[in-house]
Design a protein around this ligand. Sequence first.
Ligand SMILES: [Zn+2]
Length: 290
Amino acid sequence: MVNTVVKKVYVLDGGELELDASVMVSLNRPGERIRIPVQYFLVETTRGFVLVDTGNDPDVIDDAEGTWGIPLAQAATPIMEKRNHPLEQIKLVGLDASDIKMVVYTHLHHDHCGGARFFPDALHVVQKAEYRWVFAPDRFTTFPYVKTDYNHPNFNWNLAEGDWCILPGVHLISTPGHTPGHQSIALWDVPDIGSVILTGDAVNCCENIATDTPGGITSDATSAVMSMHRLTALANVMDASMLVSHDMGSFAPLPKAPEPLTRLSDEAKAFYKRGIETVYQGISDPGNLI
Ligand SMILES: [Zn+2]
């Protein structure tokens, strides 16, 4: 058992994006528009409340093209209402911005840090590799970054370098590939629900793992696959559930704030086992290696 500060986890509903299916699974069903959830998380700890990601900039509710620019708004069209605003989501649990002590970002794409500006007094945690990258990215990776989301030089940024335990029971897991500084967040031994890995976009949907195929947007596709393998192996060793970022089938049945997560379905717990079989071909148990 891990000594953890985590008391509860809430799933926050940031609305949806409509985009090409091949963005979720590389080269899969190109030309087919699908809707995906934008979710983020509120973690209640004995040290205060922590947000993991902040969803879209709610300005897109009234003017997506003006907020994101026409190409991004048309490629990833937001379907968002006022209730999906991060301040409205935390209000469901009786909180306001001043209650949020820390915001941890999986990465700085538009659908993960668009609400950052509503938490100016929090500690903002992101991988150093990601923070550096967004100010001088390779051109082909610029599309999902919106500078107004993260360009807050007066924020109290804490730049993590690789794996890091930020609180007892809360570990940052370096999972580059979707972006250079992508990270996932492991919550060990959460009361009632056990260990949970919030994958971020290291795993968009269960199909990425089942077919051992990364999403269509990567800075380094091979690293993205290795990061998926790392997470599945870690989940297997730690008997952890994985909450993937943009899978409607996984997201829909989860209780949403103000209800905390109280249990995860067997499917949510076991889906990655298929990935283990695909990748490790039956030798996920080290006892079977020789
Ligand atoms: Zn995303």
